[in-house]
Write a protein that binds this ligand. Structure first.
Ligand code: 5GP
Length: 122
């Protein structure tokens, strides 16, 4: 799948639409999800143009890979989620219901998240 530079997160990265930013560095931008599923729900995205976790893990540089993961850890610490706990999740493709075609890691926290995930009834 080719990268669509008009996706909503590309527009956020270019500053064309606003976000509730919590962190930014050379490799990553983190902001609050517009439709939070848990009391804390933050998205961490790479600055590079990658469609999904598949694209990112296949094509990003080692520095970009490390930078994104370091940013996830930093954001979770800054959000005081280390002690109570948190969950990170990345959706890729149709079965995972990925909506936005720019790779993003969800950080969920602030409540008991239950155990793992619940598949949809088909
Ligand atoms: P996905 O299903 O692709 O893993 O998750 C996409 C996430 O992006 C959803 O949780 C959705 O609420 C969030 N989202 C979609 N559009 C926007 C937006 O314009 N701003 C923010 N902050 N989050 C968005």
């Amino acid at each position: 799948m080719a990268y669509d530079s008009e996706n909503i997160f590309a527009k956020i990265l270019r500053g064309e639409i606003p976000c509730d930013k919590v962190y930014e560095d050379e490799y990553a931008l983190a902001f609050r999800d517009i439709n939070p599923q848990t009391p804390t729900h933050i998205l961490v995205i790479p600055k590079g143009a990658y469609v999904s976790s598949d694209d990112f893990t296949a094509h990003a540089s080692d520095a970009e890979l490390a930078g994104l993961l370091r940013a996830v850890g930093h954001v979770a610490r800054e959000a005081d989620l280390v002690e109570p706990g948190y969950r990170i999740l990345a959706n890729h493709g149709a079965d995972a219901h990925q909506e936005v075609p720019h790779f993003h890691v969800h950080i969920f926290g602030g409540t008991d998240l239950g155990r793992m995930i619940k598949p949809a009834d088909k």
